[in-house]
Design a binder for this molecule. Structure first.
Ligand code: GRF
Length: 202
């Protein structure tokens, strides 16, 4: 399967995919990253892609007259690589109608909380402030809502008394990277069906 990965930040989830594909291509991970897109220049995620010789593109909201035009440009730039799956790996933008029209049911996000609890930008902080004892990460398909699409897989992380947001997020990200790599490989190799809110992998 052809993957396009979208990033905004550090890109450690992207790196986990890159590393796995590099090691497993002999046995067959089932997917290759054909391009990496970002919503801004100079992110570590883009550098990681370049170091691996993978094409990159940047689509900035500021360069477009409206959010809809940005969404159309992002859709076209992504579609140019003809991906089977698009992965939002720390991509901190909500895509619009055109992007979802084109990639709906093939667009995956990873979120650092156990959805439907704590959606949105501050999932880790919100979980910590609420005082939950267990949190984690969720890999899910993206729909029109914010972190509301059908759930593919989740990983659990215990909250420790001494945790601050950074420490907790780091432990979540360790689980998240493994989960994302596993889930994307399975979807790519085995295929899947979405029935209502259920994601079925044969
Ligand atoms: C991940 O925890 C993701 O769920 C969140 O931001 C983090 C991105 O990490 N939205 P990275 O850029 O892949 O290192």
């Amino acid at each position: 399967a052809r993957l396009v990965v979208l990033v905004s930040g550090a890109g450690t989830n992207l790196q986990a995919l890159l590393d796995t594909i590099a090691v497993q291509h002999v046995v067959g991970y089932g997917a290759e990253i054909v391009a990496v897109g970002a919503d801004r220049h100079g992110t570590e995620g883009l550098e990681r892609a370049k170091r691996s010789g993978i094409p990159t593109y940047v689509c900035r909201v500021e360069d477009h007259a409206s959010r809809a035009e940005w969404d159309a440009a992002l859709t076209a730039a992504t579609a140019a690589y003809e991906p089977d799956l698009v992965i939002s790996a720390g991509f901190m933008k909500i895509v619009g109608k055109e992007f979802l029209g084109r990639f709906g049911g093939r667009f995956i996000n990873t979120h650092p909380a156990l959805l439907p609890s704590f959606p949105g930008t501050h999932g880790v902080r919100d979980a910590l402030e609420y005082g939950v004892k267990m949190t984690g990460c969720t890999v899910h398909f993206v729909d029109e809502g914010v972190d509301t699409g059908p759930i593919i897989a989740q990983g659990v992380v215990e909250v420790r008394d001494e945790d601050d947001e950074t420490a907790l997020h780091e432990r979540i990200k360790e689980v998240e990277r493994r989960l994302l790599v596993e889930v994307v490989g399975r979807l790519a190799r085995d295929g899947y069906r979405i029935e209502g809110r259920k994601v079925l992998i044969p």
